[in-house]
Design a binder for this molecule. Structure first.
Ligand SMILES: C[S@@+](CC[C@H](N)C(=O)[O-])C[C@H]1O[C@@H](n2cnc3c(N)ncnc32)[C@H](O)[C@@H]1O
Length: 243
């Protein structure tokens, strides 16, 4: 099963996830026009943009996730079904962001370039673009492939105490990490398996991709607390303008 086919499970896992909201609000508070989130999911980040009085638009590939987002906010926000590396919307936006590692779903450099090209085409001349991904971590990528590791803390789902357990397989050639998630429910591993893949992008690759796609990096942030990116950073968060 695709991990993005079960929005109820996603929302149960992320019910209290607010780690990125303060940073997003700080960046978006300087915005005066409308906002586009790519890979907007079930709308987890919609409210913090609406709360700033800004127009929110989300683009998402999963029909199931989009439907849930629409149920939550369809009267206040606009959602589009689409692929972040191949979309054409009528409007331009003052702020475009791709949060929570979603950019890593661009599994090839061609996809990444196409995605950034679409962002550039939809960004106003003086607009801002934010992309937030983790820095590839060898201690995660090269774990024992036969061991199930906890991927989340405990959460409540279908009236049970649950957590996600995962295994991963990293292919150095393609830089793709293939993850398999299993739901642990009341201490029992369920039979259903959820699959997803992420391509690892190193900071030097992001520098080149962003520059080649017509962006000027204005700030490199290394943590959701807003601290600058350095060689020990676990996150790479780029705030860019258009060249
Ligand atoms: C980690 S979730 C993030 C969702 C939401 N932004 C959040 O912060 O909760 C990643 C999202 O990316 C979406 N996604 C993956 N590939 C996509 C693509 N090519 N175009 C648009 N959305 C995509 C998934 O369906 C999923 O909703």
């Amino acid at each position: 099963m695709n991990i993005y086919s079960n929005p109820e499970l996603y929302d149960a896992i992320h019910k209290d996830s607010s780690f990125d909201i303060e940073l997003l609000k700080t960046v978006a508070s300087n915005i005066s026009g409308s906002v586009l989130e790519l890979a907007s999911g079930t709308g987890r980040l919609t409210k913090c943009i609406l709360d700033l009085g800004l127009d929110y638009n989300g683009l998402e590939q999963s029909k199931q996730f989009l439907e849930v987002a629409n149920k939550k906010y369809s009267d206040q926000a606009q959602y589009f079904l689409g692929d972040m590396c191949d979309f054409k919307l009528k409007n331009e936006f003052h702020f475009i962001f791709i949060g929570f590692n979603s950019f890593l779903h661009n599994l090839t450099k061609t996809d990444a370039k196409n995605c950034l090209k679409c962002v550039n085409q939809h960004l106003e001349k003086n607009g801002k673009f934010l992309v937030s991904i983790f820095v590839p971590d060898p201690s995660f990528l090269y774990r024992d492939q036969n061991t199930l590791y906890p991927a989340t803390s405990f959460f409540n789902y279908e009236n049970s105490q649950c957590r996600i357990m995962e295994i991963n397989e990293y292919d150095e050639e393609s830089q793709i990490n293939r993850l398999t998630w299993s739901l642990e429910k009341n201490n029992q591993i369920m039979a259903d398996k959820y699959f997803f893949s992420m391509r690892m992008y190193y900071p030097h690759e992001m520098d080149i991709l962003l520059a080649d796609s017509g962006f000027r990096i204005e700030e490199k942030i290394g943590d959701y607390d807003g601290s600058p990116m350095d060689s020990d950073s676990e996150m790479q968060i780029y705030i860019c303008g258009k060249n």
